[in-house]
Design a binder for this molecule. Structure first.
Ligand code: NI
Length: 170
C-alpha cells in the first residue's frame, strides 16, 4: 500500500464532477489497490473520510471510517442519497483538502444512502449523526463541491485567509 497525494484547495480538479464507476472495474486489482491506498491515506492523515476526487481520481467512490477505534472501514461506490431527513445537524467540518480550516455546516441529520461495496454488492444504509454528515461531505466532493461553499462570503473569505496564513507558516 502507499500514501496518495491529496489535492488541496484551490486545485481546479477539486471542482471536477466525477463519473460513475463501471461495474466491471470494481473487481480490477488496480481499483482494489486504489481503495486500500485511500484507506491508508485517510487513516494516516488522519481523517474520517476521503473521496476519490481528492486523490485526483474522478470516479464516484469514497472511503469513510468515523469510529474512534478506526476499525470500521466503509467503501461507498457510486453512492446516491435516497432520503434525507428534515431534521438538521450542525457540525464543525474540516477537510483534508483544506487543512487546518474548520467551520460549522448545516446538513440533514439522517439520510438513506445506497451504494455498492468493494465486492460490487449493492447495499442501502440508514445513517445519522457524524456518519451522515461525513457521507454527505464526501458525496459533495464527487460533485466538485467543498464544505466552504456552504459558508457566507464573509466566513468563506475568513476560512481562505486562514488557510493562506497556515501555508505561509509551513
Ligand atoms: Ni473533504
Amino acid at each position: 500500500m502507499s500514501l496518495l497525494p491529496i489535492l488541496e484547495y484551490p486545485h481546479p480538479r477539486l471542482r471536477n464532477v466525477a463519473g460513475a464507476v463501471e461495474a466491471e472495474r470494481i473487481a480490477d486489482p488496480a481499483f482494489q489497490r486504489l481503495l486500500d491506498d485511500m484507506f491508508e491515506t485517510m487513516y494516516e492523515a488522519p481523517g474520517i473520510g476521503l473521496a476519490a476526487t481528492q486523490v485526483d481520481t474522478h470516479e464516484r467512490f469514497m472511503v469513510i471510517d468515523v469510529t474512534e477505534g478506526r476499525d470500521q472501514p466503509l467503501a461507498f461506490i457510486n453512492p446516491v442519497i435516497r432520503e434525507a431527513s428534515a431534521d438538521l445537524r450542525v457540525h464543525q467540518e474540516g477537510c483534508l483538502s483544506i487543512p487546518g480550516v474548520f467551520a460549522d455546516v448545516t446538513r440533514p441529520d439522517g439520510i438513506v444512502v445506497a451504494a455498492f461495496d468493494r465486492n460490487g454488492k449493492p447495499f442501502e444504509m440508514r445513517v445519522d449523526g457524524l456518519l451522515a454528515t461525513c457521507v454527505q461531505h464526501e458525496i459533495d466532493h464527487l460533485d466538485g463541491k467543498l464544505f466552504i461553499d456552504y459558508l457566507s462570503p464573509l466566513k468563506r473569505d475568513r476560512a481562505i485567509k486562514k488557510l493562506e496564513k497556515l501555508r505561509k507558516q509551513g
